[in-house]
Every structure is written in structure tokens, then in C-alpha cells.
Ligand binder design. Structure first.
Ligand SMILES: Cc1ncc(COP(=O)(O)O)c(C=O)c1O
Length: 384
């Protein structure tokens, strides 16, 4: 039996009529960009995340760029992030004019290691009247941007208190973590600004691209609203932004899906629980570690596997979808060579990239499919 890594059509099947109604509404109203549909989504999304404001935009990448711009990032300033993430986390920093600094991840959660963040700040930076500044270069640290990878928030207690000490704002890259939590607080409400992606494969996926930014800071919210529309109010421009509007159609689709999101999360968590049990104590496989403070929404179910490439080939040849997120950490990407990192600099990320494999975990998987995946993994390690 073939098992896909993700089959979005199964999620859409029971809501097809509602999705078509959204399309009809848009055609009837001829409002295709922003408008009441987006405003309703913004209000519903802010309530969902426990934030004062939510601002729709065109993608998760744009959400990150807009957040950094709103915080006043200037050309050549530093943004500290994780090297073990989707490219956009660091790409957005560069597009916003900044320079990424990579701090390695925790071995167990794959998220930014707060101890290493503290160490970097204490060894490389000084707290000045301009804020935290890298001593050697004089560059300001404009933001710390932890990534909530695979649906599990980074350690936001530790990162938050370190950043408070150093007077650095925290931008959550929550693009994979809508609905996730840390210490009972939802992603998007854990830092100064939260950034979300509605790329179709996310837990809350649009039928195209889309993004959202959350914040409790009214001034930041107002600035991001301006920046997403060329920095203007009407035809008066106090600064230069860009075009990052959210389509009304996508907003409508997302409203239908947001109402069902927690149910879909439950399905993912149930499936993760199934694998956790089956793979517990299995030599060859390390199941995902979820911090006791964290509430994971399992955007991915990512194991560490002995002979990962062999396991991937075996699964794929048996029709089982799986993928490596991510095969090359960002500090070793060609486009970041000028940052001066070399192999061995961030060993935890480098090792993770050689060992991780993500398995199908979407909520609509059947029990038979889950068992098929588990059996194939077991067969590979000679355990059936
Ligand atoms: C961690 C992370 N950051 C940023 C992004 C960028 O989001 P988008 O693809 O919507 O631009 C994504 C998703 O693609 C992501 O997974």
C-alpha cells in the first residue's frame, strides 16, 4: 500500500462545499484583495493566537521581512537565528537588509539552543546605549529569531529572558507552528512579533501562498499594516514598504480551515503518538523529543535514523512518502559562504541534517497506513 507524505485533498474533501462558497462570495463581491474577508480572518487569527493584532500578508517569508523592517532593522545589522530550518528564515533576514548569525540547535528538539545563544552574546557582544552590539564589528543585534521547527516551539522562557537581559526583540518564526504552545501560551504570542506561513503544506494551509504576523504592540502593528502596502496610508508614504497583501480568496479559505484546525492537530498528535509507541526503544530510530513545556502540532514527524539514506530508499521503494528536512544547514549554503562559516562550526545542526527523516503524519492517515509505515521501518531494521 502506498502512503503519501501528505495528501491535502483528504483534508479538503469534507469542506469542499464551504471552499466553493468562498469562491462564489469572492466572485459575487469582486473583492479579491484584503477587504472584509481578510479583516475577519485577522480578527479570528489574533483571537486564536491570543494576540492583540494579526496582520495578513502574502507569505511567511514576507511576514518575517515585514517584522524585521517594523523593528527598524538597518542594513548590515545582525539577526540571530537557527541554521537548521527552511531557507526563508535566513533568506528573509538578508532580504530585509540584515546579516544572519547562526546559533546551533539543541540535539533533542532541533530548536535554537538558549545556552549557545547566551554564550554567543556573552563572548561576542556588549550591551551599549544602542542595544546589544557585536564588539568586533560594531554591528547592532536587531533581533533574535528562533524557529519553532516541525511544529514545536523553541524554549521561549530561556530565549525570552536572555533577550530581555540584552534588550533584543524576539521575532518568532512560527511558520511551521500555528496553534503550537509553550508553557500554555500560543506561538505568535511568545515574542514581540510572530510570523506564520499559510503555504499549502502547513497545518493551516491556504490554496496558494499567504502569511500572517501577530503582535501585542499597537505601534508595531500599525507600522506593519503600512509596510505591507508600500509604507503608505492612502497615497501618502512616510517610508518605503512593498506589496505584500493577502488575497481575500485565501483569507476566506483560511477562515473555513481555521475553524477546523484544532481537530486536525489532534489527528497529527494521535498519529505521532502511534509512531512514538511503535518506535519506542527500537534500535535505529530516535523518536521526536517534545519538551514538557511544549505543545507540538507536528507539522512534521521527524525521527533520527541510523543509516537514514538507506531507510529513505527502502521506504520510498515501498511507496512510502518521506523527506529530509533539511539536508544542508543554512550556514553551509553556497549563498552564505561570505558569512565565513565552515563545516564543523555548528556540529549539532550538521549531524541532524545527516540523520533526520520526516514520516507521514497528516491527520487523515488511516490506521492501516500508519501500520504500513511502521512495518516498513521495522523491516528495514530487521525487526519484523
Ligand atoms: C520555518 C519557515 N520559515 C519561513 C517559511 C516561509 O514561508 P512561506 O513559504 O510562506 O514564504 C517557511 C515555510 O515555507 C518555514 O517553514
Amino acid at each position: 500500500m502506498a502512503v503519501p507524505l501528505l495528501d491535502i485533498s483528504r483534508q479538503h474533501e469534507p469542506i469542499m462545499d464551504q471552499l466553493r462558497e468562498v469562491l462564489d462570495r469572492a466572485l459575487e463581491s469582486s473583492r479579491f484583495v484584503k477587504g472584509p474577508e481578510m479583516e475577519s480572518l485577522e480578527a479570528e487569527f489574533a483571537a486564536y493566537c491570543g494576540s492583540s493584532s494579526a496582520i495578513g500578508c502574502a507569505s511567511g517569508t514576507d511576514a518575517l521581512i515585514l517584522a524585521l523592517m517594523a523593528l527598524g532593522l538597518k542594513t548590515g545589522e545582525l539577526v540571530v537565528t537557527s541554521p537548521f530550518t527552511f531557507f526563508a528564515s535566513a533568506g528573509a533576514v538578508v532580504r530585509a537588509g540584515g546579516i544572519p548569525v547562526f546559533v546551533d540547535i539543541r540535539e533533542d528538539t532541533f530548536n535554537m539552543d538558549p545556552d549557545l545563544l547566551r554564550e554567543w552574546l556573552e563572548t561576542r557582544c556588549a550591551l551599549t546605549d544602542r542595544g546589544a552590539v557585536e564588539k568586533e564589528t560594531g554591528r547592532r543585534v536587531a533581533a533574535v529569531m528562533p524557529v519553532h521547527l516541525f511544529g514545536q516551539p523553541a524554549d521561549m522562557d530561556a530565549i525570552g529572558s536572555i533577550c530581555a537581559e540584552w534588550a533584543i526583540p524576539v521575532v518568532e518564526d512560527a511558520c511551521q507552528a500555528v496553534g503550537a504552545g509553550w508553557g500554555g501560551i500560543k506561538a505568535g504570542s511568545l515574542g514581540e512579533i510572530g510570523c506564520f506561513s499559510f503555504f499549502p503544506s502547513k497545518n493551516l494551509g491556504a490554496l496558494g501562498d499567504g502569511g500572517m504576523i501577530t503582535t501585542d504592540d499597537a505601534a508595531l502593528a500599525e507600522r506593519m499594516v503600512r509596510l505591507r502596502e508600500h509604507g503608505g496610508q492612502g497615497y501618502l508614504h512616510s517610508e518605503v514598504g512593498f506589496n505584500s497583501r493577502l488575497d481575500a480568496l485565501q483569507a476566506g479559505f483560511l477562515r473555513v480551515k481555521l475553524a477546523r484546525l484544532d481537530g486536525w492537530h489532534e489527528g497529527r498528535r494521535r498519529n505521532a503518538g502511534f509512531y512514538n509507541e511503535v518506535f519506542a526503544d527500537m534500535a535505529g530510530v530516535t523518536t521526536p523529543f517534545i519538551d514538557p513545556e511544549a505543545w507540538s502540532v507536528y507539522n512534521q514527524y521527524t525521527i533520527r535514523a541510523v543509516d537514514r539514506d538507506g531507510l529513505m530508499t527502502h521506504l520510498r521503494s515501498n511507496g512510502i512518502g518521506c523527506a529530509i528536512y533539511y539536508p544542508l544547514p543554512l550556514h553551509l549554503q553556497e549563498c552564505f559562504a561570505s558569512l565565513g562559516y565552515t563545516e564543523g562550526d555548528l556540529p549539532v545542526s550538521e549531524r541532524a541534517s545527516l540523520e533526520v527523516l520526516s514520516l507521514p503524519v497528516f491527520g487523515e492517515l488511516t490506521r492501516d497506513e500508519l501500520e504500513e509505515v511502521a512495518a516498513a521501518v521495522k523491516t528495514f531494521y530487521g525487526l519484523d
